[in-house]
Write a protein that binds this ligand. Structure first.
Ligand code: ADE
Length: 252
C-alpha cells in the first residue's frame, strides 16, 4: 500500500516510523510519503490560508496549493479528516485497508476551501471522515489514528491474525475484559473461570461480559446488533443484567 500525506506540519508524522507501522514500512509492506503543502505555494510567505468568504472567525485553506498538491501526488482514494466528515468506523478501516493508494489531506484552521474536495471528487474517490464529535486543531493526529486502524489490518502486519477476528468491533460487540499473570494482584483475583481451563465456560463468560459491556457502555451499538444473533443464553444474560430486549434494540 502506498500512502501520501499532505500537511503543513510534516513533523507530526514521526510516530509513523515507530512500532508496527515503522516495521511495515521497513519490510516494504507500506510506503509512506509525507509532503509539506507549502511546497506548492508560490508567494514569498508561502501562504496557505486566507479569510473566509461571507465573514466569520478564523482562516480557510486556499485552494491553489491544495489543487497543485493533489495533482502532483494523485490519483488515489482521498481521505480528508474533518469534524464534518462521516464517523470513521472499523468497517471504513477494512475498506481503506483493501486499497493500493491512499492520499490524506490534513486541513487546519476552519478547514479547506470546499472546491478542493469537489474538484478532487471529479477525479478520485473522496471520503471526509470524522473521528468523533469533538474538534481537533487539524487533521494530522486524525491521520495517525486512521493509519493505525488501517495498517494493523494489512495482511502480515499483525503476528496473530486471530487478534483481528476476536477484537472489539469485529463482531459488533465490545470485547470482554482481559487479564494476565499474576493470578492475584493487590488482593484482586483474576476471575476463577478464566483459570479453569474449561474452554466452553470461558467462551460463555466472555460472551456474557461482551454483551453486558456493550449494552451498558454502547447502547448505540447494541441497538443495531441483530436480535436474531442473540441466542437463549444471550437473552438470559441481558435480561438478568437489567436490559430489555426490544427488537431490534436492547434498552435499559
Ligand atoms: N479535524 C478536526 N477535528 C477532527 C475530528 N473530530 N475528526 C477528524 N478530523 C478532525
Amino acid at each position: 500500500m502506498r500512502v501520501d500525506i499532505i500537511s503543513i506540519f510534516p513533523d507530526y508524522f514521526g510516530p509513523l516510523e515507530l512500532s508496527l507501522i515503522g516495521k511495515a514500512r521497513q519490510t516494504g509492506r507500506l510506503d509512506v510519503a509525507v509532503h509539506d503543502l507549502r511546497t506548492w505555494t508560490s508567494d514569498v510567505h508561502r501562504t496557505v490560508d486566507d479569510t473566509p468568504y461571507g465573514g466569520g472567525p478564523g482562516m480557510v485553506m486556499r485552494p491553489e496549493p491544495w489543487g497543485q498538491a493533489l495533482d502532483a501526488v494523485g490519483p488515489g482514494t482521498l481521505v480528508v479528516p474533518s469534524p464534518v466528515g462521516k464517523p470513521f468506523t472499523q468497517a471504513d478501516a477494512h475498506e481503506l485497508a483493501s486499497l493500493d493508494r491512499l492520499i490524506f489531506a490534513c486541513g487546519r484552521y476552519e478547514g479547506i476551501d470546499q472546491r478542493v474536495i469537489d474538484d478532487a471528487a471529479d477525479r478520485m474517490p473522496v471520503r471526509e471522515v470524522s473521528l468523533g464529535d469533538y474538534v481537533l486543531f487539524g487533521g494530522e493526529v486524525a491521520v495517525i489514528v486512521i493509519m493505525e486502524a488501517i495498517v494493523r489490518l494489512l495482511p502480515g502486519v499483525l503476528g496473530n491474525a486471530d487478534s483481528l477476528t476476536e477484537e472489539s468491533h469485529a463482531a459488533g460487540l465490545l470485547e470482554a475484559p482481559v487479564y494476565t499473570k499474576p493470578a492475584s494482584w493487590r488482593s484482586r483475583d483474576v476471575p476463577e473461570i478464566l483459570r479453569s481451563g474449561d474452554h466452553g465456560r470461558i467462551a460463555r463468560w466472555r460472551r456474557d461480559q461482551s454483551l453486558l459491556r456493550t449494552a451498558s457502555r454502547r447502547p448505540d451499538m447494541m441497538s443495531v446488533y441483530p436480535v436474531d444473533d442473540l441466542d437463549k443464553a444471550d437473552r438470559k444474560t441481558l435480561t438478568e443484567g437489567g436490559f430489555q430486549i426490544t427488537p431490534p434494540s436492547v434498552a435499559k
